[in-house]
Every structure is written in C-alpha cells, then in structure tokens.
Ligand binder design. Structure first.
Ligand code: AMP
Ligand code: ZN
Length: 483
C-alpha cells in the first residue's frame, strides 16, 4: 500500500470523552498500553476472552498504524473481593478453601490455563506480565503517599480512599454521586464515610485466616484490587501513559477508582491516562457470560466440541467491540463456515513469496481494510474487505498472499498459515452421550404431551447448548443430530 492509500490516523472511542477522535499518544510512535488482566481464581470463560481479544485487536491495530506498543497485562492473584464494592471474601482465598488447595496453587493453575487459552486464540504475548503478589512493597509505598497527603482514612478494616476529597470523582463513568451511586451501592463496610469510598488496603480480621497477607502500616492484610492496577501500570509504563483497556463493567468502579487514587497520588493536575477503551460483553441467551454465576463456556469446551479456537476469534471480530454480541453454537457454526470459505481461498492462493507490488485492485481492498480499522476498529467492516478480496478474481495469488499477511497482522485468524481442513478438530464426546440425549428427548416428549411448551422449548434449548439439534417430525416424533 502506498502511503497515500493509508488513513492518516486511527480514530478511537475514548470512554473519558465519549467521543471518537484521532488517536494521539504522548510521545509518538511509542504507545504505553495497560490491560486489566484476570482474577485467577477460576477458569477464564469465553466471555473473559472477549476482553483480551479486544485488547489484542487494539494493540495489533496500533501496530498496524506504525505505533510501537509496549503492552502490560496484570494478573490479579490477590485482593479482588467477591463484590467489587469492598465486601465479601477475597476470590482467591475463597477458591482455595473450596478446592482445599493453597491460594498460591490456585493462582498458578488458573494463570497457566489462562495463558494457554490466550495462545490458542492467537492473542499476542504482552511485553510485561505482572502479578499483584510480586508488587506488594510498591503498593504499600503508593498507599503511604496517599495517606500522607490526606486522601485516606483508616478504619479497623483497612485504609480507605475518601472520594469526597476528589472533586472529579466518577468522571469516567459520569457518576451522579448524590443519586445513582448512593442508591446503587449499599454501604457494607462499617465506618465508611461515603458509599463510594474504597479500600486501598484491607486489614485482615483474625477469623479470616488469610493465606496471602503482608505487614503494612495499617496492619497485616492485602492490597485493594484497584491499587494493584494503578501501581503496576505506573511501574512498567511510567506515571502517565496512553491507553488503558478493560471490559465495560470496569467503568463505574474499578477504573473510576484507579483514576481517583492515581491522580491523587500524582497530584500534577493532568489526566493520568489519555485513552480509556472498553469492550462490551458477549452474552449467552441474553445474559452476560460470567464466572460468578457459573454460566461459563471455556475455550477447552469449544475444542471438545470440535471447534478450532480461531472460529471463536472470528466470531468475536464479526461484532464491533462496543456492541454486545450473543454466543450460540449456531453462531459458532456460521462462524466456522465463514472462516472455512476464507481459508479455502487464501490457502489455495498461498505462495512462498507475496507479490512485490500489489495490483490496483488489491490496493483498493487493502485501503478499504485500513479505513475500517481506523474507524474505531470496525472489525466487521474490515472482515468485509477480507471477504471481498477473496472473491475478487482480478487478484493474483501473489496479491492474495500479500493481503493475507497484512490482514492477519490485525485480525490473527490464520489467513496466512491455516488451511480450511485445520478448522475441523476431532470432536470429543464429553458434552453429552447419545443415551443422555435420548433421555432428555423423552422428557421433552412428555412435556409436549402435557402441553407444557415452555418446558419442551427449554429442553430443546438445553440440547442445542450441548450441541444437539432436534428436529420435530410429523406425527409428534423427533429426530436429533450433532451440530
Ligand atoms: P475478571 O477476571 O472478573 O476481572 O474479568 C476479566 C475481564 O473479563 C474483565 O475485563 C471483564 O470485563 C471481562 N469479562 C467478564 N465477563 C465478560 C463477558 N461476558 N463478555 C466480555 N467480557 C467479559
Ligand atoms: Zn485493573
């Protein structure tokens, strides 16, 4: 692509301003980018994975536009409570009790599995992985500065940030503190001055019997979840940096609190981070896929059902990151069919060497792709350009080979190295046995006979979730097949 075919800049939606604007880092071409990583108390489901495929798409797109991105991702292995608003158990400690293992083992196990899943989805390795438990002294020093400068108050349960001292508190989320916030968050911590105040440090109670705890000026305990991200991002990216990503659920509490304490700590009156980018949820039957409610599908489940993980990545990229999207096995099937068609074409055309110079038609497709990427990461449109190029018989094999590697540098869906046949994994039969299918079909037939159509539909949906399609036949019988 000649420079004139390229969009001069990439436009991104900044949650801070609620506007799409030209992305301008502080010191181009360098970009410092921090992504809130997982709390490693359980398997990361495919909903969580959307957040990391999104961050990966941001990073790949910025790299595509010539920026040199330093990407930092944290592992929250301590301090995240079962409620984001400072109540409940530490998620790691709770998992350790339930599974009768040490909290350290829990963290190690789920971190390992998380990283394996990222690899399967071709999420690029960050430049820095950082674990909360390895940065405790830095967190204590940070909290000491806040405390010394009058931002905090101590309670028996820990050190709390006084949000009433921060005139701009809640600006990321546009929180209406007087109304919405007070109503939304019940004050569960005794002595908290304002409902939104949050723990910078939590002091352990004797009955808690924590495995992970450290001495601090506010007693033995553990850091607050928000503190971790403020401290680790600054440690690896400097006091101010360019991009911070996370899921939309992080806007009202986690990121709001990260901003409040970081700007209080810095005290220079400048915005801490320039660009806040948030990815929307993927839902299962209209509800957020979520670890805490136990509704979770894992990357391993996709594989067990014979789907290549990149089929899921392709499914995600078909939705804009700021739209909610719906997961279903039917959507996975269409996604697989779409990706298979693309790989058929790009793999057949694949040459040992790409074309030296792209022909005019190929350049036009690349320009359309670039426009889509620069338009707030419009991956559905970018994929439309990939499809259009695959159908354009004016393109030479060399053109397609060159385009595949360019497209793939942003999309990561195997255009330049996979073949369509690679998408067909051998399905394992773990999901449900044929006997269990027959049993559920018998229950469904009984429900239909009793005219309980709600139950009959629910059973059909349940079977669909397990990868079984039911077809009703005339005369009231039903047949089924694996999907
Ligand atoms: P957690 O481990 O709970 O902190 O979540 C890790 C990341 O996954 C966060 O950025 C969440 O916003 C994100 N996340 C959780 N559930 C979903 C979902 N159903 N769809 C998209 N992102 C999600
Ligand atoms: Zn974070």
């Amino acid at each position: 692509m000649t420079p004139s075919d390229r969009e001069p800049s990439i436009r991104l939606f900044n949650t801070l301003t609620r506007e799409v604007a030209d992305f301008r880092p502080r010191e181009p071409p360098a970009v410092g980018m921090y992504s809130c990583g997982p709390t490693v108390y359980a398997d990361q489901h495919i909903g969580n994975m959307r957040a990391y495929v999104f961050a990966d798409t941001v990073k790949r797109s910025l790299t595509w536009k010539g920026f040199s991105v330093r990407h930092v991702v944290n592992i929250t292995d301590v301090g995240h409570l079962t409620s984001d608003a400072d109540s409940g158990d530490d998620k790691l400690e709770l998992a350790a009790r339930i599974q009768s293992r040490s909290a350290w083992e829990i963290a190690e196990r789920y971190t390992r599995e998380f990283k394996a899943d990222l690899g399967r989805l071709r999420v690029l390795e960050p430049d820095v992985w950082c674990k909360a438990t390895e940065h405790i002294p830095q967190m204590i020093r940070f909290a000491e500065v806040l405390d010394r400068n009058g931002w905090c108050y101590a309670l028996p349960s820990g050190l709390y940030f006084d949000t009433s001292k921060d005139a701009s508190y809640g600006r990321l989320a546009r929180l209406d503190l007087a109304g919405q916030l007070a109503g939304a968050r019940v004050e569960l911590v005794e002595g908290k001055r304002n409902p939104a105040d949050f723990a910078v440090w939590r002091t352990s109670t004797p009955e808690e019997n924590r495995q992970m705890e450290w001495d601090s000026p506010w007693g033995r305990g553990a850091p607050g979840w928000h503190l971790e991200c403020s401290v680790m991002s600054m440690e690896y990216l400097g006091q101010h940096f360019d991009v911070h990503t996370g899921g939309v659920d992080h806007i009202p509490v986690h990121h709001t609190n990260e901003i409040a304490q970081s700007e209080a700590y810095l005290g220079d009156g400048l915005p801490w981070v320039g660009w806040w980018l948030h990815g929307e949820f993927i839902n299962l039957k209209g509800a957020k896929i979520s670890k805490s409610t136990g509704v979770g599908v894992l990357v391993g489940d996709l594989i067990d059902r014979g789907y290549h993980p990149l089929t899921y990545r392709y499914l995600l990229l078909q939705a804009h990151y700021r739209s909610q999207t719906e997961f279903s096995w039917t959507a996975m099937d269409s996604s697989r069919a779409g990706l298979r068609r693309l790989l058929d074409r790009y793999a057949t055309a694949r040459q040992p060497e790409p074309a030296d110079r792209l022909g005019a038609a190929a350049r036009a497709h690349l320009a359309a792709f670039d426009r889509a990427v620069c338009d707030d990461l419009n991956t559905p449109k970018a994929l439309a350009a990939v499809v259009a190029a695959s159908r354009d018989d004016r393109l030479s094999d060399g053109d397609l080979t060159a385009l595949a590697s360019q497209f793939d540098s942003v999309l990561g869906i195997g255009l330049s190295d996979l073949r369509a046949a690679d998408l067909d994994l051998r399905r394992s039969e773990v999901a449900i046995s044929p006997e269990q299918v027959e049993e559920l079909l018998a229950q469904r037939a009984a429900a239909r006979a009793a005219r309980d159509f709600a139950r009959s539909d629910a059973l059909r949906d349940h079977l669909a979730e397990l990868g079984v399609a039911v077809e009703d036949q005339p005369g009231g019988t039903a047949t089924w097949r694996w999907t």
